[in-house]
Design a protein around this ligand. Structure first.
Ligand code: SF4
Length: 398
């Protein structure tokens, strides 16, 4: 088992801090539910291992030589989860770190996969090495700046670096470890999500980071005791292990869905906006409940009114080559059995690589506008409308 696979979660973990800081009793409630690792997560583990090797080779070429690096990568390539695209995606992460390091006023110290301790803000437990600590993917420390960089390999949810509590906790730990040697006044955090083509950066002063540390102390004291009010919300509950059966979340969503009460015959635009937000969580909640109930039924437990059945099956060849040979042997024209289809534009770009794709066939690519979509106001894309502007109307009349 590798160091990445071995990582255990603390009760007040940095990765779960977005949840337990907002909903303090969730930390203790979650203890009752198993931590399940999905295939996507183990794929992420492998990509992180590759990224770590690249970073170690970059940070210390003398000790971690090209030969050692190549041997370690070849070992990773034997893993059944290996995909060639991991090489390209982790290269983007390394590129970001190289550029960030070069942009710093002094040559930074590059800390790779370093355990940072922030227990004095969360919970001190001398016998437990995992509690109050976490492993940061990369930390650059140089001059007056600490820069925490995190690789997220998933492509489900885009994560924002702005006030990201996980990285702020790592920054607190890094600051405590290096404050004697470095006159730190600035803190920068970055989340690199190469599969979403996203790099999110955020910067704050040391003063603001320490204020956050004080806030963490108060919330962590409640969370450790399992105290404080439950605080359900779409982002808060997303990764909570109790999310399917948590009563607070159930009551919250039931109230959202049914607690409408007396209403005028039509609803206002404000209410539409509010409802759409509320319904997003209700839809997720319904999915979580369905998954949980299916698991119960499959385990032979009863969920009144529901049962598990076999889904619609599909047919597949036991030996496609033999079947096609037999068909052709019986006189069926082989050309009828195959179709030749071009790859999609995105698939070709993946095969060729972004840079080469742009250089060789970029001129043949045109971008059609996408179908209008409704998103939340916080989305970074500019708003569009069908309304004709005065300029366009004037142009038409000419
Ligand atoms: S499901 Fe949501 S409300 Fe319930 S404990 Fe978890 S985070 Fe808190």
């Amino acid at each position: 088992m590798t160091a990445h696979q071995e990582r255990k979660h603390a009760l007040l973990s940095a990765s779960g801090s977005g949840r337990w800081l907002r909903c303090t009793p969730s930390a203790r409630l979650e203890e009752q539910f198993p931590d399940t690792t999905s295939e996507a997560a183990s794929e992420g583990t492998l990509a992180h291992e590759l990224a770590e090797l690249k970073l170690r080779h970059y940070a210390d070429t003398t000790n971690f030589t090209r030969r050692k690096y190549a041997a370690a990568v070849n070992k990773l390539k034997k893993d059944p989860q290996w995909k060639d695209e991991m090489d390209r995606y982790t290269e983007e992460y390394l590129d970001y770190i190289r550029t960030a390091a070069l942009a710093m006023k002094c040559t930074p110290s590059v800390r790779v996969e370093e355990r940072v301790r922030f227990a004095r803000y969360t919970h001190e437990d001398p016998g437990n090495q995992v509690e109050g600590s976490g492993i940061a993917d990369c930390i650059l420390v140089g001059g007056d700046t600490i820069h925490v960089i995190d690789l997220k390999y998933g492509k489900g949810v885009q994560v924002d670096a702005d006030h990201n509590p996980q990285l702020m906790l790592y920054a607190l730990g890094a600051y405590d470890a290096c404050r004697i040697l470095y006159p730190v006044t600035k803190v920068k955090v970055t989340i690199v999500q190469p599969r979403l083509d996203s790099i999110s950066e955020w910067e704050c002063s040391l003063e603001d980071l320490l204020k956050f540390g004080e806030y963490v102390k108060q919330r962590a004291a409640l969370a450790w005791e399992g105290k404080g009010p439950y605080n359900p919300g779409t982002d808060t509950c997303r990764f909570c292990r109790a999310k399917a059966v948590c009563r607070a979340r159930a009551d919250h969503n039931t109230k959202l869905a049914f607690g409408i009460g007396e209403m005028p015959p039509t609803i206002t635009a404000e209410e539409v906006g509010e409802r759409l937000l509320a319904l997003e969580d209700i839809a997720k909640y319904q999915k979580d409940l369905q998954e949980w109930a299916l698991g119960q039924c499959l385990a032979g437990k009863e969920v009144p009114g529901w049962k598990a059945v076999e889904g619609r099956g599909s047919r597949d060849w036991t030996d496609m080559d033999a079947a096609f040979e037999t068909l052709q042997g019986s006189g069926i024209d082989g050309a009828l059995l195959y179709e030749r289809r071009p790859l999609t534009l995105a698939q070709v770009e993946k095969v060729v690589g972004k840079k080469e794709f742009q250089e060789t066939v970029g001129e043949y690519v045109t971008k059609k506008p996408g179908k209008p979509a409704l998103v939340q106001e916080k989305d970074e894309r500019p708003a569009i409308t069908n309304k004709i502007t005065a300029g366009e109307a004037f142009k038409e009349e000419i």
